[in-house]
Design a protein around this ligand. Structure first.
Ligand SMILES: [Zn+2]
Length: 413
């Protein structure tokens, strides 16, 4: 179902009017980046603005998180939008008037944009008044980069009183500005992290040197499985997005091992090393783990040793709710133009997102918001010191999230 023409007009009108303010908010956030768990200024800055809009605002949720409700009628359903607020320990090299004022800390993952979009969506939907077919909960989450914030927000009650019927999320991406990439399948794969220990095979304890040598050999072999590395150039990134749109079989070979195999680490821990596994799907991740174990078996047996794998942490997949995505797709296409809504058939194989934890509890969907404009030198390459966005993405983000939230209130899924 598409949106009512009056609502559509209102969204366009208010979003266009709001753009100068959204740009100022994003730039203020960009100049004051705060690391995970330290988002006190950011949180106070946003909470004050949400209160002025008339939302019911709860601060200090799960640390410096905010839970803000726009209630039109408590008897009607509620849907939630989650945005994140934290920055990264990266030194900005952009020469822009709004560059980071905090040495060594930078919004290099666009969470300043996400927070501005969260505020903008609240402002635009609040303008709809009683025409909004339900209630909206805005979750401003801290500590996403440490992947600890989502669980803290859930424990703080973000998904209760009332229980939202769906939760949406967004992340900027190095796609052309104006585009939104969607999937009704896996959005981001989780990871599994293990500590591998090489242990002597008999009672005559093997020397530390021998254990280290076996560990090193294991690392070499496991690293050799990698067919892909994180795209570093714009061309490599473009190629990756093309693969994701076509679900190229090449992507099905994808496996990364972010193993801590550097020499110092290995020697410090004597025969121990980390193995981190991410892949473009859950099935690939299982296959990768199988392959790792087979290699460890072969190498340790040949060297009269054994191995142990100890789980060190993991993150579930972000799997979009297919019916939610499909039910709200007409509204998305309507507000941004059908050609601007790009379907992804495979997940970006590198990043993880703690948005995964919300989607374990209620239907959820996450979207990539195109933020790149190469002609203006804005490449939106995440986690790089020259990360920057074309701020038109603020408008696209607000329009898209507003339409999707209304769609999720109107539609069954
Ligand atoms: Zn991020």
């Amino acid at each position: 179902m598409t949106l009512d023409p009056n609502i559509l007009n209102s969204l366009h009108h208010h979003t266009a009017n709001l753009h100068p303010e959204l740009s100022l908010i994003r730039r203020a956030l960009h100049q004051h980046p705060e690391l995970s768990g330290e988002e006190s200024w950011t949180s106070a800055f946003i909470a004050e603005k949400l209160e002025k809009l008339g939302l019911l605002v709860q601060t200090r949720a799960g640390g410096f998180g905010i839970i803000a409700d726009w209630i039109t009628d408590p008897a009607k359903p509620t849907v939630a939008l989650r945005v994140d607020m934290d920055a990264l320990p990266i030194s900005e090299i952009n020469d822009v008037p709004y560059r980071s004022q905090v040495p060594g800390v930078m919004h290099a993952c666009g969470h300043d944009v996400h927070s501005a979009v969260g505020f903008g969506t609240a402002a635009v939907l609040a303008e709809l008044g009683k025409n909004l077919p339900g209630n909206i909960r805005f979750i401003f989450q801290p500590e996403e980069e440490e992947i600890t914030g989502a669980l803290r927000m859930i424990r703080a009650g973000a998904l209760i009183d009332p229980v939202p019927r769906a939760i949406l999320g967004l992340h900027v991406a190095p796609l052309p500005v104006g585009k939104i990439a969607w999937t009704d399948n896996l959005f981001l794969a989780g990871f599994e992290h293990y500590l591998a220990k090489i242990i002597p095979g008999d009672r005559s304890a093997a020397s530390s040197e021998k254990l280290d040598a076996v560990a090193k050999r294991c690392c070499q072999v496991i690293k050799g499985f990698n067919r892909w590395t994180l795209p570093e150039t714009r061309d490599e990134m473009q190629a990756m997005w093309k693969l994701m749109q076509s679900n190229d079989p090449d992507l099905q070979h994808f496996t990364i091992f972010d193993a801590s195999t550097d020499e110092e680490d290995l020697i410090a821990r004597r025969g121990q090393f980390g193995i981190g596994i991410k892949a473009a799907s859950h099935a690939l991740r299982r296959a990768a783990i199988g392959r790792v174990k087979a290699s460890l078996n072969t190498i340790t047996q040949a060297n009269q040793t054994h191995y142990q794998l100890e789980p060190m942490g993991s993150m579930p997949d972000v799997r979009n709710h297919p019916e939610l995505v499909q039910a709200t797709l007409p509204a998305l296409r309507q507000v941004i133009g059908a050609p601007n809504a790009i379907q992804l058939k495979a997940a970006f194989p590198f990043n993880c997102e703690d948005f995964a934890y919300y989607t374990k509890l209620i239907p959820g969907a996450m979207y990539w918001v195109g933020a790149a404009n190469p002609q203006k030198g804005q490449f939106a390459m995440l986690h790089t010191p020259n990360f920057d966005v074309d701020e038109t993405c603020l408008t696209t983000g607000v329009m898209a999230m507003s339409a999707l939230l209304i769609g999720a209130l109107q539609q069954d899924f």
